[in-house]
Design a binder for this molecule. Structure first.
Ligand code: N01
Length: 502
């Protein structure tokens, strides 16, 4: 390495730690991971709601090079996943690189380096800036009149207060995505009454969460080769099934649909079944995994409320039929602002161009990882990453490998700065837009995948195709070492309006 690089990483969650691990392996010593929270783990630190689990199988929800033969079950619980990331951080000495409780507030390109300011008021100059902030970290509260008037505790799933004891109380749950379903499964046996306010029913894929026996764990722990084989097998199966189903019509969609419909048919009461039947195709919203929800909803202490919420009052929730549902506590499993990405971080690139200006229309990127106007800046799990039911670790790792290749170019000293040019970025985004209509996300439903124009902000190909795009950096697509001029807005360069779905 001929040029020492100072690297700033924003976020000590799964993707930031994955990049940190690569930097250590490659011998880069001068890097800082800024973390807003008091501990590492990102999603798995912030979320601790009852029932929290992963909806991707554990053997696949790992770094490819760091198998964990000790996983206790198929879909691991949140605490076990956090412990996995903690162990990896320990193995690579990452904690000493992390500044806890010190969010990056602004970063400005000064012509050759990034001036990074953090919450503590400290400022530092870095050659490379990488945001690893995840997509689901800005909790979204429901826009319901009177929410602030509720006198009991109102808990967003990502801001859980463990001093609140919900056992033997009357609880209302708003939200029916992956999170709401997991919370309902966990609270149904312990709440005195549970009111599930359901605006849109979800499709639920019936996948059992079996425990791994001690014998099985010993066998798989015998050699890393077995774990790696298991990882590759899961990745292949997920690419063949879930990933294909989201982006191309085919037998995969037929099978998913049949399984979800079979699962729903287990609900005996036809009226209840009707209320639980979605009016969109399975996988249009991110499909929910598991077996417990229909059992939970049929319990005598659980009420499914499908009348719309009119307002929230101090004693509970009033629905449009005039009924006041009296509650001791309210759970808001109402999701996240998935279009925020690393914001509110104030990012300023060349010629004073801000991220909010660049993304005024909606978030976009060059191959999910870089952005015109922002040199030596990279994103992990950035716009149009393949977010469908797949291991986001695998996606972040492909992107981190690409960032490492760019970093090698910069470290060799032959290239001092690199920034994607607007034209290849625009062509890439136009290609994404053209491929969107055949994806399941455009088949007629609202979801967190869609931007404010209703366009999916995900990758309309398979993860394997995404990985192929992230091979060697194509320097023809980058402005290298040149003084970079202000960037035209992407929409001035190319039409990327999404054609209507067939
Ligand atoms: O959020 P969501 P989530 N009145 O946006 C409802 C990941 N995840 O936190 O569909 C009434 O999916 C809203 O209703 P509607 C996973 O990728 C992973 O559940 O808009 N309801 C919807 O039901 C997942 O996809 C794991 O009509 C209101 C719900 O709130 C992603 O996180 C575990 C409302 C929001 O669902 C997000 O899931 C859990 C209102 N005013 C989550 N506003 C893993 O296992 C919103 N809703 C890795």
């Amino acid at each position: 390495m001929s040029r020492p690089l100072r690297v700033a990483i924003v976020g000590a969650g799964m993707s930031g730690l994955g990049l940190g691990m690569r930097l250590v392996k490659a011998g880069y010593a001068d890097f800082t991971i800024f973390e807003k929270a008091t501990d590492l783990g990102g999603t798995w630190h912030h979320n601790s709601y009852p029932g929290l689990a992963c909806d991707v199988p554990s053997r696949f929800y790992t770094y490819a090079s760091e198998p964990n033969p000790g996983w206790s079950q198929f879909f691991p619980g949140g605490r076990e996943i956090w412990a996995y990331f903690d162990a990896v951080a320990e193995r690579y000495g990452l904690r000493e690189h992390i500044r806890f409780g010190d969010a990056v507030t602004s970063a400005t390109w000064d012509g050759s380096r990034w001036a990074v300011t953090s919450q503590s008021g400290d400022q530092g100059l870095f050659d490379i800036l990488v945001t690893a902030t995840g997509i689901l970290h800005t909790p979204k509260l429901p826009d319901i009149e009177g929410l602030a008037d509720f006198t009991g505790p109102a808990l967003h799933s990502a801001l859980w207060d463990h001093t609140v004891d919900l056992a033997d109380t009357r609880v209302g749950v708003i939200g029916n995505g992956s999170t709401g379903v997991q919370i309902v499964n966990a609270l149904a046996p312990e709440a005195r009454r549970l009111a599930v306010f359901l605006r849109t029913p979800q499709w639920i894929l019936p996948v059992p969460n079996w425990r791994y026996s001690a014998f099985g764990r010993r066998v798989i722990g015998r050699s890393d080769r077995i774990s790696r084989l298991a990882y590759r097998l899961y990745r292949w199966v997920f690419e063949l099934t879930f990933a294909e189903a989201t982006v191309h019509p085919g037998w995969q969609r037929t099978v998913m649909s049949a399984l979800c419909r079979w699962h729903l048919a287990r609900v005996k009461d036809p009226e209840l079944r009707r209320k639980l039947t979605p009016d969109f195709k399975p996988m249009c919203k991110r499909i929910v995994m598991g077996l417990g929800f229909y059992r939970a909803i049929q319990r005598p202490n659980v009420d499914l409320v499908t009348d719309a919420i009119e307002r929230i009052v101090p004693e509970g929730v009033v629905t449009v039929d005039g009924i006041t549902h009296r509650l001791d506590a309210l759970v808001l499993a109402t999701g996240f602002d998935a279009q925020a990405f690393m914001r509110p971080l104030a990012l300023t690139g060349v010629d004073g161009l801000t991220l909010d200006e660049a993304w005024a229309d909606d978030p976009y990127a060059y191959r999910s990882v870089a952005l015109p106007g922002f040199p030596n800046f990279f994103m992990l799990v950035g716009p149009h990453s393949p977010f469908g039911n797949f291991s986001v670790i695998s996606i972040a790792e492909a992107q981190a490998d690409y960032v490492m290749r760019c970093m090698e170019l910069l470290a060799r000293g032959s290239v001092r700065s690199m920034v994607p040019r607007p034209e290849p970025t625009a062509t890439y985004n136009a290609d994404l837009a053209a491929a969107m209509p055949s994806t399941i996300w455009m088949s007629g439903c609202a979801s967190w995948y869609l931007d404010k124009h209703g366009r999916p902000n995900t990758f309309p190909g398979t993860p394997a195709q995404h990985r192929a795009l992230l091979g060697e950096p194509d320097l023809d697509h980058f402005e290298v070492d040149a003084p970079v001029a202000a960037v035209p807005h992407l929409n001035d360069v190319v039409d990327r309006s999404v054609p209507t779905a067939q």
